[in-house]
Write a protein that binds this ligand. Structure first.
Ligand code: ARG
Ligand code: GLU
Length: 729
């Protein structure tokens, strides 16, 4: 019995160990391919990534730098999240045509709406260029010289690497500087809005449900890629034609069952999975709490205005969502790191690792690493915290200060590069002001300022606060800045920026708002940032050596490179989880759950009459399952921000879901991945199809997709097996 238990434990550990990780698509052969096949994949590594034939990667572009999308028809139809297309949907919305509230559907191609500044980028190929980039670096002594040489090598390779004129090149580091990869890219810029459900579907549950399971959000939107007549990237033109992809994903109508294989393909932004314990401790105790408190205050103010005023709600919807998103994530992350004991686990791993270093006789090279981390992290702490305050208060959450800092950069540019440089930058800045003021409300920002400047002046490390701002009366400061600054209006800023360089500088320096930003900015740039950068460079070098040591000494570990906004594959299974004692979550939610959450007229949980009607008559067409409409499901795929809009793909390469979030208990996976509770959340593709077809009546879009039944025949047998297993348990 004991032996059996042990065996079972071993098996479980191994199954868990096979999951987690964000892998480089061109390097899947070997360990990853074996693991994926063990989990049920029927494809080979070359079906996922290949440079000589079309493969899955040809259907998965990055969406506007921060999200992922996938091509789902031969006519360049593009699927991504509602929250990824949110600012585009918002930008076409007015109080009269409110696509955020009511949704938007192009019933024919002529109705599709072009978008300013929106691009999608495909990966043509990936090459390891480590040797070229590190050439001549080893011989150099100082970290600064090494970095300089690396930058030089990168820029040379950028210039010399053979590519087509319409292609681009990106060179990125992996494993903290131990490996370099080159990406040949193709970026399309004529991207048109095709469809979006109303927010009551696309953002159902809004911020209350964000980062939470069980979830019921139809978080999708549709775009189309247009190309010139040679199918090449081209700026918007009415003569452009729908893009013909090298590959597009067929959509499965068969859905998922627990334990099904899933693969998520996309562009995860940033993780830090190999931090030392001391760094995680600072996140938990210092930086996350500070950032959370700042956003707490900003969000409360903005929310108050948005609930009262419809125009403000549209103006601030996208900004609010962005700020609330990471605010909530940091809260979950902090809780998860504490609950999972991440700091202690890392400390234990570090003790074992120190032993390994000694055993391998590598003390000279690696023996001081951990002690050096402790020392540098202790030293950098006040600078990190101060920097976070500056970023959050000045640059991110108070709009007037954020704009003011851009104006202050004009002055810096002038000092460095002269009058003409200031004039050029000014013209650029003025071009963007229109958009800024379109979504700017003076009352909202004034109240946010009053709250945040208080935190900044009273709670950020006091040694870095400019002397003349100590003991400031917050109400007076607020009244004087918002009462007199010309930055509070579009006309006012234009006035400040009119004239030659000297006039502009004089005007700016007479402005109360500008004076404040300048004082804060100077203090930050003089007293905080240089020291922060200096220690941080040290830390990066340590992290690189630490990574090298782990690759060398932990040879049996599954070490993957931290996310860096490049294309990655993560894989796992559809799986529920147990968040706490006596609670078990199922892996699939249904439309019934939407009706359970329904609160009439609530701005987060309202349900439109049309969806209620469809629910009442159970009109699910071919998309339902045993009389029920699946909505979301979860899996063990290791994802992060940037994976939004990523396709969830079945064992055969068909699209089964659309990634959009992670579960609350697992949001710490950017720092510490625990396969027992970390889950990604996906929209079931059948729900997407149901909304497009039955809800919106956009049959035209369904018709251009390729719908498939990969499970036909196998389905009933498998379901029965799962049911039996549940009964036994
Ligand atoms: N948490 C998801 C992500 O990180 C979804 C965010 C958008 N939704 C929202 N309610 N703010 O992007
Ligand atoms: N919603 C996230 C995004 O915008 C994805 C969820 C996550 O962080 O895992 O990329």
């Amino acid at each position: 019995m004991k032996f059996l238990k042990l065996l079972l434990l071993l098996f479980v550990v191994q199954m868990q160990a096979q999951q987690g990780g964000m892998w480089i698509p061109s390097l899947l052969e070997g360990m990853n391919e074996t693991e994926m096949k063990n989990l049920g994949m029927k494809m080979s590594a070359s079906d996922i990534y290949d440079v000589n034939k079309s493969s899955l990667k040809d259907a998965v572009p990055q969406f506007n730098g921060g999200c992922t999308a996938e091509v789902i028809s031969s006519k360049g139809l593009l699927l991504t999240n509602h929250h990824c297309g949110y600012s585009q949907i918002q930008s076409h919305s007015t109080v009269e045509h409110d696509y955020l509230t009511d949704g938007f559907w192009a019933m024919k191609m002529e109705d599709e709406i072009p978008n300013k500044d929106l691009e999608v980028t495909f990966i043509v190929k990936i090459e390891d260029v480590t040797t070229q980039i590190l050439n001549g670096v080893e011989a150099l002594n100082s970290e600064a010289d090494k970095q300089k040489k690396i930058q030089e090598n990168i820029s040379n390779l950028n210039k010399s690497f053979a590519k087509e004129s319409y292609q681009g090149i990106k060179i990125r580091t992996f494993f903290e500087g131990n490996q370099y990869m080159l990406f040949v890219t193709e970026s399309y810029t004529d991207i048109r809005l095709v469809g979006a459900p109303p927010s009551s579907i696309g953002k159902f549950g809004s911020d209350t449900d964000n980062w939470v399971w069980p979830r019921h959000t139809g978080d999708f939107s549709l775009f189309r890629i247009y190309a010139d007549k040679n199918n090449r990237p081209a700026d918007y033109s009415k003569d452009n034609i729908p893009y013909t992809p090298k590959h597009f994903l067929p959509v499965s109508l068969d859905g998922v069952s627990e334990d099904d294989f899933t693969l998520v393909f996309g562009y995860p932004g940033r993780t830090t999975e190999y931090l030392p314990a001391v760094a995680i401790e600072q996140i938990v105790k210092e930086t996350n709490p500070a950032k959370i408190e700042i956003r707490d205050r900003a969000l409360k103010v903005t929310d108050g205005f948005m609930r009262k005023d419809k125009a403000i709600k549209i103006q601030y919807a996208s900004k609010y969502a962005g700020i609330a998103n990471y605010w909530k994530k940091w809260i979950g992350e902090t809780q998860g790191l504490i609950k999972s004991n991440a700091v202690q686990i890392k400390r234990d791993q570090e003790a074992t690792f120190q032993q390994k270093i000694i055993k391998a006789g590598k003390q000279a090279e690696y023996g001081n690493l951990l002690a050096d981390f402790e020392k540098n992290y202790e030293e950098i702490l006040p600078y990190t915290v101060s920097r976070d305050y500056f970023m959050e208060v000045v640059l991110r959450n108070t709009e007037l200060l954020g704009l003011g800092f851009k104006l202050y950069q004009l002055e810096q540019i002038q000092a460095m590069r002269g009058d003409q440089a200031l004039m050029d930058r000014r013209d650029n800045l003025v071009d963007g002001l229109d958009d800024f003021y379109k979504n700017f409300n003076l009352q909202v920002d004034e109240k946010v300022f009053e709250q945040l400047i208080d935190l900044y002046l009273n709670k950020s490390p006091q040694q870095f606060i400019p002397a003349d701002l100590k003991n400031t009366n917050i109400a007076q400061l607020t009244a004087s800045v918002y009462g007199t600054s010309k930055m509070t209006t579009y006309a006012g800023v234009k006035e400040l920026l009119t004239g030659d360089s000297q006039t502009v500088l004089k005007n700016l320096n007479n402005d109360k708002g500008y004076q404040l930003v300048k004082s804060l900015g100077e203090a930050f740039l003089k007293n905080v940032n240089p020291k922060y950068e200096q220690i941080n460079t040290q830390l990066s070098a340590l992290q690189r050596t630490y990574m090298k040591a782990q690759l060398e000494l932990n040879t049996d570990a599954r070490i993957f490179p931290d996310a860096n906004s490049t294309l990655r594959v993560t894989y796992g299974k559809v799986k529920g989880y147990e968040p706490r004692d006596a609670v078990a979550y199922e892996p699939v939610t249904y439309l019934d759950g939407i009706m359970e959450k329904y609160i009439p007229n609530d701005y987060e949980f309202d349900v439109s009459q049309k969806l209620i009607d469809l629910y009442n008559v159970k009109d699910y067409g071919p998309y339902g399952e045993n009389g029920k409409m699946p909505v979301n499901f979860i899996g063990t795929n290791h994802t992060t921000g940037g994976n939004s809009g990523s396709p969830a793909i079945d064992a055969n390469g068909n699209l089964i879901g659309l990634n959009f979030d992670r579960v609350w208990e697992g949001t710490m996976s950017d720092v510490y991945y625990d396969p027992a509770i970390c889950r990604n959340i996906m929209v079931d593709m059948r729900y997407v199809l149901f909304i497009i077809d039955k809800y919106a009546g956009a049959k035209n879009l369904i018709d251009e997709m390729k719908l498939v039944h990969p499970k036909k025949g196998k389905q009933s047998a498998k379901k029965q097996k799962v049911k039996n297993k549940r009964k036994k348990n």
